[in-house]
Design a protein around this ligand. Structure first.
Ligand code: SF4
Length: 155
């Protein structure tokens, strides 16, 4: 998997102070996408074991308390990202038990494959659906357009 950006301290993408990872790769081609540079799976940088370890360490860093991890992109549920994202969320669940996981995807919850669902089963919140420019509203919290749904599974 490749990623575009990792923010070890982020107060914009989800509630509280968080770690946020923007992965590479998205097939949805939403009109008005603000992040077209992430569409290619080959864009960005290689997501290494070292960065995975760093995210776990940052989540558990008591000096700056993080509420959880945000996964966005690109699309964390792009088929090519599933193996790496599953490993990461499994580690967060096992090694950072008091942290929440928020995940943004262009796929709908109702259309997920078994492999995608395996990841969603481990997250607290899924914001699903493509960005629809005609339904865009800057007043919306945690989503760009009104069609997207915030599914709160554990919060
Ligand atoms: S799902 Fe997100 S990253 Fe992908 S095209 Fe749509 S707005 Fe852009």
């Amino acid at each position: 998997m490749n990623y575009h950006q990792y923010h070890p301290i982020d107060v914009v993408n989800g509630p509280g102070t968080r770690c946020t990872l923007f992965v590479s790769g998205c097939i949805h081609q939403c009109r008005g996408c603000y992040n077209q540079a992430t569409w290619s799976l080959h864009s960005g940088h290689l997501f290494t074991q070292q960065l995975e370890d760093q995210i776990i360490a940052d989540l558990n860093d008591e000096r700056i308390k993080r509420r959880g991890l945000s996964l966005s992109g690109g699309d964390p549920l792009h088929p090519a990202n599933l193996e790496a994202v599953l490993k990461l969320v499994q580690r967060v669940r096992a090694e950072c038990p008091d942290k929440d996981i928020w995940l943004w995807s262009g796929y709908l919850l109702s259309e997920l494959s078994q492999e995608q669902q395996q990841i969603v089963n481990l997250v607290d919140v899924l914001i699903d659906g493509k960005f629809e420019k005609d339904l865009a509203d800057p007043e919306l919290e945690w989503r760009g357009s009104a069609n997207q749904i915030i599914h709160r599974f554990k919060l």
